[in-house]
Every structure is written in C-alpha cells, then in structure tokens.
Ligand binder design. Structure first.
Ligand code: DC
Length: 224
C-alpha cells in the first residue's frame, strides 16, 4: 500500500502537533515535528548566547546534530546527543524561536534535513511551510487554524499544567507577534498552500479534527 506524505501547516496553537501525532499513530506513520527542530536550534543559540548574531547562528546550524525520534506516540528531540525535549518548550524558547527561524541559512539547512526525513513516505510532518516549500508534492495538505483567543487559551492551559506561571493576555500578544513574524518573514512565510484543505479548530476538539483528516485520507486513498 502506498505510504503517504501528509503535511500539516498552520499557526502556533492550532493543535497541529497533537492532531499530527494521533494521526501518525493511527496510520503507523512517522511523525516529524519541524517546529521542534527550530526550537532545538533556538535552544542551542540561547545556550551559546548568540541570539541576534546571525553569523554565529549560521555557524551553529551548519554544525548542529538534530535527531527526532517518534516512539510509542512520543517525540524525543536530541541536540548534539542531549535530550532537550522539555527544554525546547519553555516560554523563553517560544519567545525567541520565530526570530531564529527567520534566518535564511537556518531554513535552508532544515529544508534539506526535512526532505531527507520524508523521502520514504509514511510520514506526517507539521510546521509552517511544509505544504508550500518543504514537501510541495505531499499527498495530503492540511492547513489547521483557530482564533488567536482560542489558541492563547490552549497554550495557557498547557503551560499552566506544566507548572509555568503565565498570563493569558501576554500569551495572546505573544501568539499575535509570532503569527506576524511567521507570516511576514521573507523566506518561506506561513501561508496556506493553494491545494491545502483548511480546517478551523476553534470549535473543534482534537478528536474531531483528527476525524476530519482521517476522513480525507479515507476518501482519497482508502487508507484507514
Ligand atoms: O510549531 P511550533 O510553535 O513549535 O514552532 C516554533 C516556531 O518555529 C514557530 O514560531 C515558527 C517556526 N517554524 C517555522 O518557521 N517553520 C516550520 N516548518 C516550523 C516551525
């Protein structure tokens, strides 16, 4: 049976990674969280104190060893051999990541790596530019979105559960800024691919969103 390439793009907090992981698990596919890759580079740039220094960030990305594993429905991120899965999700990394993700060399190196990761098919890859740049020939492209208010509330719940003290209004502002940076950047901006299917999750549960995508897979490829 053909092993599909499924691209899921959309803004922060639209539910991409949760939806993509459940879908990958259902289909016995690999899940590739490209946001985690940009977060990993950002984590290293912050640790090396080079935020704002494009040349130093370029040097980092050219020498970094990024490994993503997806085992039993759980993604682990290794940077130069260290497990940074938790560290890359801190509010500090979230604040800096869209700046690092704008650097052209960072995007070029990630593009190559992400294409290699998808070369055998059987993948669900999520991000911002997967359907438009990384995998323009993906079999199924989904653009997942939700209102800023709903996305901020989801992030607030997620961070509060992890013990971070964050204000909802600040998260709303931060998400709006990140959207703006991601949508307006020069290289590979966040934009819905012309052949992507739009799913608005503002009033949908995760399960309902997964169900919609599953239906699309069924209709097109009798997969599930
Ligand atoms: O999905 P996320 O919030 O973990 O993504 C973190 C950041 O990485 C986000 O601000 C945009 C950037 N990103 C990107 O530019 N391109 C991708 N394919 C994935 C993420």
């Amino acid at each position: 049976m053909k092993k599909l390439i499924i691209a899921i793009d959309g803004p922060a907090g639209a539910g991409k990674s949760t939806v993509a992981q459940i879908l990958a698990h259902r289909l016995h596919y690999n899940y590739i969280d490209t946001g985690a890759m940009y977060r990993g580079i950002t984590w290293k740039a912050m640790k090396s104190n080079v935020i704002g220094n494009t040349t130093a960030i370029e040097r980092i990305v050219q020498n970094i060893d990024i490994k993503l594993t997806y085992i039993n429905g759980k993604t682990t991120v290794l940077i130069d051999g260290s497990d940074v899965t938790a560290e890359i999700r801190t509010p500090e990394v979230s604040r800096m990541v869209s700046e690092v993700a704008q650097v052209q060399t960072v995007r070029e190196v990630m593009l190559q790596l992400q294409r290699e990761m998808a070369v055998h098919g059987g993948v669900v890859m999520d991000g911002r530019d997967i359907g438009t740049h990384v995998l323009p020939n993906a079999d199924i492209k989904i653009f997942l979105t939700a209102s800023i208010k709903e996305r901020a509330e989801r992030r607030w719940r997620e961070l509060t559960e992890k013990g971070f003290e964050v204000k909802l209004e600040e998260l709303e502002e931060e998400i709006a800024t990140r959207d703006k940076n991601d949508c307006e950047r020069e290289f590979a901006p966040l934009v819905q691919a012309s052949d992507a299917i739009l799913i608005d999750t503002t009033f949908l549960s995760i399960e309902e969103a997964v169900e919609e995508i599953t239906k699309i897979c069924e209709e097109r490829y009798s997969l599930v």
